[in-house]
Design a protein around this ligand. Sequence first.
Ligand SMILES: *[C@@H]1O[C@H](CO)[C@@H](O)[C@H](O)[C@H]1NC(C)=O
Length: 241
Amino acid sequence: MKASFLSLASLVLVISSVKARTVFSAFAVNGVEEGHGVAVRVPSTNNPVKDITSNDIICNTNFIQPVSTVVASVPAGGVVAAEFHHTPAGYVGPDPSDPLDPTDKGPVLAYLAAVPDATQEDVTGLQWFKIFEEGLNPATHQWGSDLLFINGGYVNITIPSCVQAGQYLLRVESISLASATSYPGAEFYMSCAQLEVTDGGDAKPETVSFPGAYTPTSPGITANIYGATSYTCPGPAVFTC
Ligand SMILES: *[C@@H]1O[C@H](CO)[C@@H](O)[C@H](O)[C@H]1NC(C)=O
């Protein structure tokens, strides 16, 4: 009996160790840490969103309560260093799967949406533009997820200098393609940060909707990462000033 319990326990370990499972739960603005869960809506589990038609694809779901009412100020042209970790708790000590399982691969992307109030609960109907993507670098064979792993879960996202001043949600997303040879299969891990952009310009970027920006047949939603030499990230082109 004991032996079969042990083998079941080790099977569970094997299964859980191949899950990417990562959460964006904190960020720094121009090198200054805001703090865990400050100005970011942190999901209370590290479960993936897999249904790209669901409203959960916007900013995730089931947030740790209370959600922060802080809106972080960032000058246009500034850098938001988004921080991912294995669980919603943030960094809690050495963990071979922190910030994600290194055997898992996929892109890291970031989008902005202007909002009347960055603390508003409703995130449906927003218009998003992409400001960052890191897919597969064919020269180094590194994915965005590899860089996230190497950099301890941090990814630097520059707020374009020409975006209009005002309140925004910043949606930062890590996608696991380990099981993405067909749809549904890709696993989407995202949170939304609450920002006030200052000193902006007058850009009018083209926008997309979530859900809607990704479809089962969009480039990058299905992929075979094993032996891949190129990859197109899902969603629109990255907006530049
Ligand atoms: C982010 O930018 C800061 C400041 O330039 C730099 O020190 C840091 O290494 C960068 N981190 C990553 C993960 O690129």
